[in-house]
Design a protein around this ligand. Structure first.
Ligand SMILES: NC(=O)c1ccc[n+]([C@@H]2O[C@H](COP(=O)([O-])OP(=O)(O)OC[C@H]3O[C@@H](n4cnc5c(N)ncnc54)[C@H](OP(=O)(O)O)[C@@H]3O)[C@@H](O)[C@H]2O)c1
Length: 330
């Protein structure tokens, strides 16, 4: 594990977990959030309840206070509910979960039922951020769904309304959809893909910030590819097998290129550089990173206290890959 020189060689991450405001919500979230998809135990291959618990415990004990989950992440909400019982005195913990994926005008009425189910699993009376998971694009459906979310907010079941914008494909439509949600004035937080390899969504960050909308970024490690531990030809038996061989090798080749050219390895791991890259954007509130064991959790958390990536490298990485955003679409 790399310990940044800035912390004087001590591994005391509690001191390192700086917080940022989540837009105008009044909530302050750790710069490194915990993405709880992998601990659900299916998406990223088998993860036992014990492993999941270890990850969550390590994250919270290290001073992390923001956990992102979803109805769709298998056992994830249930495991989080169990750990929250242990930390019931810690009222600093901020939890976001999501509606089930996909929307039609007819499914709006099911949101309340889904939320009640999440609350039961999480053993909570409310969630801090309730995200629409891959939210609708039709303006009439958007209006109706956001009215429903406002009602849940009014009833105290959710503290803030979020929109977690689309998966895989990041293109002009994605950016426009982000703008559409920001401009409704009824969304407190957006969650978007942002990484060294997919930077297109950065074009809405300033606007979101100016409208008081918190920005949560995900896929910062690009499903683990950006740690540099997978080589061209690697095969996956989990959700990562959705990419064709050709696309996967293209992505892994890009990562190998960054690894070779960035020369960050002396001061931090490639994964930490990928986390640092997104945290260096001042508009971002938090980066949610998935992890399957406590070593990964610690390595990711420690990235928050590494000095910003030097200007020369940042310039090299910024914009370099924007032309490939689309190629992530399996
Ligand atoms: N539509 C949506 O709203 C949506 C979609 C996707 C994700 N999300 C959210 O975003 C979060 C983050 O995305 P993600 O979990 O898919 O991907 P990610 O954070 O880019 O990558 C997570 C994976 O990378 C590997 N990893 C993590 N830290 C590592 C380290 N220090 N060293 C080596 N490997 C490491 C682990 O898998 P291996 O060890 O198996 O490689 C881990 O499961 C999710 O957990 C979820 O909360 C939301």
């Amino acid at each position: 594990m790399h310990c940044p020189a800035a912390c004087g060689g001590e591994l005391n991450p509690k001191r390192l977990m700086k917080k940022r405001f989540l837009g105008n919500t009044g909530l302050a979230v750790s710069e490194v959030g915990f993405g709880a998809w992998a601990i659900g135990g299916i998406g990223y291959g088998e993860v036992s309840e014990c492993q999941a618990y270890n990850c969550l415990e390590t994250y919270i004990e290290a001073g992390g206070n923001y956990i992102d989950t979803a109805r769709a992440y298998d056992e994830s909400e249930k495991y989080i509910g169990r750990i929250l019982t242990k930390y019931s005195q810690n009222d600093d913990l901020i939890i976001s979960t999501k509606t089930t994926k996909g929307f039609s005008a007819e499914s709006i009425k099911d949101i309340r039922k889904e939320l009640d189910c999440s609350l039961r699993m999480l053993k909570r009376d409310y969630v801090d951020v309730y995200f629409l998971h891959n939210p609708p694009e039709d303006s009439e459906v958007i209006k109706r769904v956001l009215d429903q979310m406002q009602e849940l907010k009014f009833q105290g079941k959710i503290r803030t309304v979020g929109a977690s914008i689309k998966s895989s494909k990041v293109d002009d439509n994605t950016v426009n959809l982000c703008r559409q949600y920001i401009l409704t004035g009824k969304v407190d937080v957006i969650q978007v893909i942002y990484s060294i390899l997919r930077q297109k969504n950065a074009s809405v960050f300033k606007q979101a910030y100016e409208h008081g909308v918190g920005i949560v970024v995900r896929s910062v490690l690009e499903s683990g590819f950006l740690t540099g531990k997978y080589n061209i030809g690697h095969t996956f038996n989990d959700q990562r097998n959705r990419w064709s061989r050709e696309k996967l090798d293209f992505i892994l080749g890009m990562v190998a290129d960054i690894k070779f050219n960035s020369k960050t390895q002396e001061i931090m791991t490639l994964g930490q550089a990928a986390i640092r890259f997104v945290l260096d954007n001042k508009y971002i509130s938090t980066a949610i990173i998935g992890a399957k064991n406590k070593e990964q959790v610690m390595e990711n958390i420690l990235a928050a206290n590494i000095s910003p990536i030097n200007k020369k490298l940042a310039l090299k990485l910024k914009g370099k890959f924007t032309h490939i955003d689309n190629l992530f679409n399996p």
